[in-house]
Design a protein around this ligand. Sequence first.
Ligand code: IMP
Ligand code: MG
Length: 175
Amino acid sequence: MATDTIGTVLYTQEDIWKRAKELGEKITEDYKGKELVLVGTLRGAVMWMADMMRNIDLDMSIDFISASSYGSGTVSSGNVVIKQDVELNVTDKHVLIIEDIIDSGNTLCFLKKHFSQRGAASVKICTMLDKPARREADVYGDYVGYTVDDLFIVGYGLDFDQKYRNLPYITYLEG
Ligand code: IMP
Ligand code: MG
């Protein structure tokens, strides 16, 4: 069995929590008086979702969506499919997508359209990580935790072939 080589720690859980707190305060201000639905993307965003929701001081709902353009490899296909949709009705609601990482941007481009077509009042993105080097779609994070270089990131929810999601920090695979 091939073993992967893990790089150095890029961000600790304390670093990530600190950014979640800062962004949460901003989101709390920005969405005051609005009906907010946080939509976490399964499965990569689970830890970031938990951090963000604890740092937003508003009455809000949460839901999850699962979309995929990845197989078990490391390159995005551009073909996005929804594997599990939200249960809540987002019509006239302000949707804030909580994403783990924006890479090509194809997934979020698709999801933004998906919620707009459902009649959301607004659709914005809060991403833990932004990896702009390989962007294909015209999409950006409205709230960004950290910007990373063109590395294959793992940990804190992010996987390689379903491994490493449970690491309590952000690192990368040496390749
Ligand atoms: P997209 O290329 O922006 O559509 O990225 C879609 C999804 O691929 C992200 O939400 C992640 O779940 C996954 N992904 C992208 N880059 C990485 C990475 O560096 N490590 C692990 N997963 C990634
Ligand atoms: Mg994701």
